[in-house]
Design a protein around this ligand. Sequence first.
Ligand SMILES: C[S@@+](CC[C@H](N)C(=O)[O-])C[C@H]1O[C@@H](n2cnc3c(N)ncnc32)[C@H](O)[C@@H]1O
Length: 222
Amino acid sequence: MLPTPNLDHLSSKDYEQIYEPSEDTFLLLDALESEITFIKNEINPCICLEIGSGSGCVSTFLGQLLGNNSTVLFCTDINPNATSITVETGRRNSIYLDSITTNLTSGLLPRLYHSVDILCCNPPYAVTPHEDIYSKNIIEKAWAGGINGREVIDMILPLANDLLSDNGTFYLLVISDNKPDEIREKMWKQYQFHSEVVISRLAGREKLIILKFRRNGRNIND
Ligand SMILES: C[S@@+](CC[C@H](N)C(=O)[O-])C[C@H]1O[C@@H](n2cnc3c(N)ncnc32)[C@H](O)[C@@H]1O
């Protein structure tokens, strides 16, 4: 098992500015680790993209799992503090991350159209009033997902269709309140993406789930 990236350079002061890695982050790490043989053998990714990288922990870990210098690791975050800390986390762990401050993937399309081999995202998923997704508080923005916690997720789903390469795979963290079955059905009906649950875990009253989507594949555990 690969250890979690070293985050010793981050203090409680930093976590007032960016999302602190939590149970959801660690579940995404576990999912990527459990998938690494598939990722290396079946996808052999050239381009990875994480939407909402926060501390950079997830993309750094993915870079370490891949263990090569030939995969480009792009990260985006709407929070400029997260963008710079993402680069620093990568650097401290000898992983080069190309980190961009932007809303979701603005500016990356159309250049990365159908080019991303691994897309991953731990989005703002908490159920909140609609207006909270526009909060000026950057930490609130990190977790506020609006109605059913789905408002940001629903903006990301069509981007996955635009971004993923033919053999690409999308790993998305959701909670049960986000209605994961509905998300899977939507991805199937609108974009013919096959899906499966990679891993799930209870964290307090929340059930955290990692969904995996592929253009080519088959639906598992429907
Ligand atoms: C739940 S946190 C996850 C952070 C990190 N990936 C992790 O797993 O620890 C969600 C992240 O998405 C970012 N975010 C929220 N809305 C965004 C948007 N519209 N575009 C880009 N990033 C966004 C937040 O700033 C935050 O860093």
